[in-house]
Design a protein around this ligand. Structure first.
Ligand SMILES: Nc1ncnc2c1ncn2[C@@H]1O[C@H](COP(=O)(O)OP(=O)(O)OP(=O)(O)O)[C@@H](O)[C@H]1O
Length: 296
């Protein structure tokens, strides 16, 4: 697949703070890339570099083979930043007309409104919209110019389940028609719903760049639970997190379930009800970031 955006060995500093540390990332035509990482990992900085709002301290960013600073390249992208302020007195339809006017071939207004569940709101003033409706409008604006590539920075933060699903549908239908998307989120299920490729960032570095299944596999994290009278379960092999229920049941997230069970048996502590289960992506993700933190 053709690479349409590339960050090559990007470092970005804000004064003494290192926001991105030698990050390399290719975005290929037609994919949805999910960018996952804790607060301050560098996700917004990476987006701002791709869309030309900031420049790297070192390294290069290319957009459609050119520079993100070139308006001709930027006209081919769309973006929804984390926070948007829209003029309160304008109507939904007027805002879409205004943004459309900046692009040579804007998309069909009615189609755009329908795609993001805004058709009934066309005459409403922005100031009178709910938080979820405003957010849907802000995301819809990223698609107004018929972009090839869209950057969405936490598109559904703060939305209820129904609004989130409606936004996901809009994003998915853009992708089905061949569009490319980079989406950041704190919601694991959002990345799972939208993207097959997941890039995990932490401390300004790419920690994993793979399919959802492989990201889980990379860390090989499992949840091991059993009932026992064990004073120090945290000391068992590979344990990243431990929870103890009132009934004596212990639940451990571990990178090495096999060795943990061997040690449990050889340690001679009686236990019952042993269960080993795959973890959620969130647990896997926390494991990667905490392992990385242990290295710095
Ligand atoms: N304008 C700025 N001036 C100084 N430091 C900044 C600036 N913008 C970002 N940073 C720092 O760079 C690092 C990365 O921030 P960034 O906003 O890219 O992270 P993020 O992954 O998008 O976080 P969040 O999920 O909270 O939005 C953080 O340590 C942040 O404090």
């Amino acid at each position: 697949m053709t690479v349409i955006a590339r960050a090559a060995e990007i470092t970005r500093r804000y004064g003494d703070a290192l926001a991105l540390d030698r990050v390399t990332l290719d975005i290929r035509a037609g994919e949805i890339v999910g960018l996952l990482g804790p607060n301050g990992a560098g996700k917004s900085t990476l987006i701002n570099l791709f869309v030309g709002l900031r420049r790297p301290t070192s390294g290069t960013v290319t957009l459609f083979g050119g520079s993100p600073q070139d308006p001709a390249m930027r006209r081919r992208i769309g973006m929804t930043p984390q926070e948007t302020g829209l003029p309160e007195t304008l109507r939904v339809g007027e805002i879409i007309d205004f943004v459309s006017a900046h692009f040579p071939e804007p998309c069909d207004k009615d189609e755009l409104l329908a795609r993001f569940g805004l058709s009934d709101l066309i005459k409403r003033q922005v100031g009178g919209l709910s938080g979820g409706q405003k957010r849907r409008l802000a995301v819809a604006l990223a698609f107004t110019g018929n972009p090839e590539l869209v950057f969405l920075d936490e598109p559904t933060t703060g939305l209820d389940v129904e609004s989130r699903r409606s936004l996901w549908d809009g994003i998915a239908s853009f992708h089905e028609e061949g569009g490319t998307v980079l989406v950041t989120s704190h919601y694991i299920e959002e990345i799972e719903a939208l993207a097959r490729r997941v890039v995990v960032v932490g401390h300004g570095r790419v920690l994993a760049d793979d399919t959802m299944e492989s990201v889980r596999g990379i860390v090989g994290v499992r949840r091991v639970s059993f009932t026992a009278d064990l004073p120090d379960p945290e000391g068992l092999p590979g344990v990243l997190g431990a929870e103890r229920a009132g009934d004596g049941r212990i639940s451990l997230v571990t990178t090495d379930p096999d060795r943990l069970v061997v040690e449990l048996v050889t340690g001679g502590t009686p236990f019952t009800g042993l269960e080993i289960k795959p973890t959620t992506l969130e647990e896997a993700f926390l494991a990667i970031t905490s392992k990385e933190a242990a290295h710095v």
